[in-house]
Design a binder for this molecule. Structure first.
Ligand code: PMP
Length: 438
């Protein structure tokens, strides 16, 4: 007995040593784990997480089928680490057109496992201990933990809402940076700024003037720009997506990030890319080859054919990059109407497939939880999913700890959904309105 006691003591003693690496401290909470589970358990209509519930385009799934069962069995094997050659070649051709400059597919393009891994490579490759990285709020939530894991310090600057005075609905364009505040965040410690235009969650498409201001500050302070452009094709009302890399002095300091998931409505394929100067991409390649090596050959092959098609149809009405935003704009307008009709004030997005709505008029619907420090938007969504069957995502999840409390009156919906799904959401909202008024 004595021997086994001392054995279990020594085993326990060994297990008391901390297992978690210090770089993970304080970044273990994640909004998606909780809200994706909640939506799966309770929701009848899920407008939460950002993915389309409509089918991917036929030309892309057909390309995948061809890749899978066509004659080339080597498509089941490893390919080039930094990107399947047909994909990097067509991406280089495509971005040459978009940026108006020559690109080398082998050094100016790298394929990643979704835009997520592209972001991870950027932070790991470019950010050092003690470096500051400016993040514009509200922001796609993984930027903050990724900066911290690299040893950097995130510095936040908010887009500030300026409600219109003429009674019209607010637009994502009414959320703007304060130029003096933005300038005050740049210092000799600033290594990079993360720009996400069109922006998730607001749908803001940064104007040429706003991008010019950011570019000027980057050049002045010798700062890099990590430009997350995964929603580049999803812009509405004739707005134009402007690539900051095309502004003066920016190519050499910018990494452009894209995603086939958003571009071709195949979020599960996890194919992403970076485009930029070799002086930056060479370091991203070091991270990539020592962590992931490459992303599924067969998916890269199919995406390369999708781009080949889009290159031929560029700017034409049959192009998916023309058709998809057209369809999504219609869906956006349906959701705007549904929300506006019940008093959940929508902020009309200029881009992306997200829409943020103001829920401040719904406070009386949600029971107060005494002594709870859970923000109103979190409580509201939990209540809405369980009682109405409609899922969304709290906006304060897209803010830093210090600023969260100023933005708890908003929630984010995804409208990349079938007409039937949006109709079902409308039915829930209309019924809710009737119950409120009766
Ligand atoms: N950046 C932004 C702004 C996003 O919204 C997302 C996906 N929600 C990603 C990056 C990640 O894209 P992927 O699915 O290609 O990894």
């Amino acid at each position: 007995v004595k021997a086994s006691n001392s054995l279990s003591f020594s085993l326990q003693a060994k297990m008391s040593r901390p297992v978690q690496a210090r770089r993970l401290e304080g970044i273990d909470k994640n909004v998606w784990v909780e809200f994706v589970k909640l939506a799966a358990t309770y929701s009848k209509v899920n407008l939460g997480q950002g993915f389309p519930d409509f089918p991917a385009p036929d030309f892309l799934t057909e390309a995948l089928t061809r890749a899978l069962s066509g004659g080339n069995h080597m498509l089941h094997q490893y390919t080039r680490a930094f990107g399947h050659p047909p994909l990097v070649k067509v991406l280089a051709q495509f971005f040459e057109k978009l940026l108006g400059r020559d690109l080398d597919p082998m050094t100016n393009v790298m394929v990643t496992v979704g835009a997520y891994q592209a972001l991870f490579c950027c932070f790991q490759a470019l950010v050092d201990e003690g470096d500051e990285v400016i993040i514009i709020e509200p922001f796609f939530d993984c930027y903050e933990p990724m900066v911290k894991m690299a040893g950097g310090t995130p510095v936040f600057v908010p887009l500030r809402p300026n409600p219109p005075k003429d009674g019209r609905l607010m637009s994502s364009a009414d959320w703007q940076l304060d130029p003096a505040e933005l300038a005050s965040k740049f210092s000799e410690r600033t290594k990079a700024i993360v720009l996400n235009s069109p922006n998730n969650p607001l749908g803001k498409v940064f104007s040429r003037g706003e991008l010019g201001l950011i570019a000027e500050l980057c050049v002045k302070h010798d700062v890099l720009c990590i430009s997350d452009e995964v929603y580049e094709w999803l812009v509405y009302d004739g707005k134009q997506h402007i690539r900051i890399a095309s502004l003066q002095g920016m190519w050499d300091r910018t990494v452009i990030i894209g995603s086939a998931g958003k571009t071709f409505s195949v979020t599960g394929w996890k194919v992403g890319w970076v485009v930029g100067p070799d002086r930056l991409l060479q370091h991203l390649r070091t991270v990539h080859q020592n962590s992931v090596y490459h992303c599924a050959t067969i998916a890269q092959e199919a995406v390369s054919q999708g781009f080949q098609r889009e290159l031929t149809l560029y700017g034409k009405p049959e192009s998916y990059f023309v058709q998809l935003p057209k369809e999504l704009q219609q869906k956006r307008d349906w959701l705007v109407q549904s929300l506006d009709a019940v008093g959940m004030k929508p902020i009309i997005p200029e881009g992306t497939y997200f829409l943020v709505a103001d829920i401040s008029q719904f406070k009386s619907d949600v029971p107060d939880v005494p002594n709870s420090d859970e923000p109103y938007d979190y409580r509201f969504i939990k209540w809405m999913v369980k009682n109405k069957g409609l899922a969304a995502i709290p906006l304060s999840a897209f803010y830093s700890e210090a600023h969260k409390n100023n933005y708890t009156n908003f929630i984010r919906f995804c409208f990349a959904k079938e007409e039937a799904t949006l109709k079902a959401a409308n039915d829930i909202l209309q019924k809710w309105k009737q119950e409120k008024t009766s």
